[in-house]
Design a protein around this ligand. Sequence first.
Ligand code: V0V
Ligand code: CO
Length: 146
Amino acid sequence: MLTRIDHIGIACHDLDATVEFYRATYGFEVFHTEVNEEQGVREAMLRINGTDDGGASYLQLLEPVREDSTVAKWLAKNGEGVHHIAFGTADVDTEASDIRDKGVRVLYEEPRRGSMGSRITFLHPKDCHGVLTELVTSAAVESAEH
Ligand code: V0V
Ligand code: CO
């Protein structure tokens, strides 16, 4: 079951300037930042509905750290904007395999490391009516179950 919108990924050229826009305009603060070398991004997570009940969601601001990264390629073609949406689930492995069985291309054989220790995979946008779709199991869910 997909139970929530975990985050919306937004590609930007200048992470610091984009963080400042979201702070000055909406009052959103940075909850977490990291560099994900494998994905080729520097990211800031801005938490929304910031209660501790696990129901929070995030804006994930993404700046490429390599010219050959997926986000750099996307920015060169499209400019800044919404890059992907991510649905939260307690079990990314089962969701990914169920969705693969429906004929949708799941990009990774096994989920990979995502933001804040989560496990993530992606569905091909061409199989999802133009939306790059991520499935994510947060580290909090992982540690509660294992
Ligand atoms: C590409 N396309 C997209 C798209 N990226 N459509 C909607 N949204 C996107 N973000 C379309 C593109 O316009 C082309 O359509 C077609 O797909 C092929 O694209 P391409 O430019 O040739 O690029 P590819 O095929 O080399 O790569 C596209 C895929 C790649 C989706 C395979 O971006 C990928 O592997 N993405 C998953 C990883 C990722 O995005 N990581 C960054 C976020 P036309 O022109 O042929 O019609 S990392 C993250 O979210 C983390 C760490 C986290 O949440 O924790
Ligand atoms: Co993401």
